[in-house]
Design a binder for this molecule. Sequence first.
Ligand code: ZN
Ligand code: ZN
Length: 361
Amino acid sequence: MGTARALVLEGPRNLSARDLPLPDVGDDDGIVRVEACGLCGTDHEQYTGVLPMPGAFIPGHETVGIIEAVGPRAARRWGVNAGDRVAVEVFQRCGDCDECRAGEYRRCQRHGLADCYGLIGIDRPPGLWGGYATHQYLGPDSVLHRVPDGLDPVLATVFNPLGAGVRWAATVPGTSEGDVVAVLGPGIRGISSVVAAKEAGARFVLVTGTDRDAQRLAIARDFGADLTVDITQQDPSRALKDATGGLADVVVDVTAKAPQAFLQALSLARPAGTVVVAGTRGAEVTGFGPDVIVYKELRIIGALGVDAPAYARALEILVSGRYPFADLPRRVVGFDDLEELIVQMAGEGAGDPPVHGVLTP
Ligand SMILES: [Zn+2]
Ligand SMILES: [Zn+2]
């Protein structure tokens, strides 16, 4: 038995280092030594207090690491051994409730949203429920993926946003060969959505951003976007019609802090098209008239989180090397600089936030 070092979010903007004892591993659980933990919008929203907090907890829910200890039954269930590199899903899955049996374990009745890694209070033993730590506890209902050999752990943390892209831009809308897809928002989830749409056979992908996003829109083109539009300069529906002769079969709204983008999503969709709304807005849409949904007979689908098939596909795409994820503007920090990186990703720090932020404890 040793100790783990962790960063505990005690309250908004109050992240402090603590040492916690590593628990003994039984038949059914395990411990992963964290090599890398990706950061997303959730991380800075937790830090700044935009999201409600469960009391003191260890954030970090995009963990990649090496299995340090694993019980025999857990090893069989997860298909892993000590020494394997794994990606840890944010949701836990009991496997037994109606939702889990239906494959919808994001709504697991025993675990659910409040019981995600990176969100469980430190007062629940053994406390090590997040990736901002040298070690993360793996409860019996964890969902793990073997990271393919040769995939660098920092790069492997992209399993999270790319899994989201696969589920939100391909699986949920049923994107298929020859579709025209519009992606709103050029962050890492938008870029991942481009990749997922292309992998699903989309013939044309549009990505929108604002005048602050010139670099990100250029990156989207590197990842295969056929057209990018700065919405402060150009009407995206007009631009899409000019380029393809019509509107989008599938629209994926992955904007952050841009609730009005929803109206643009509705106008970008063709009649009987599909609009996926993913990621939360934290605000109301002004000037929204639902009649457009009726007239165009749109399918509007909310997407919350990702599931195992999408994560597995993401890891396959990553290790294929077909897309330049390794070259994304990325900032990788240790414990000492994590707070500064989170502030930067919240848009409060100096300089543009990196597209991808990663902690390597
Ligand atoms: Zn995340
Ligand atoms: Zn369940």
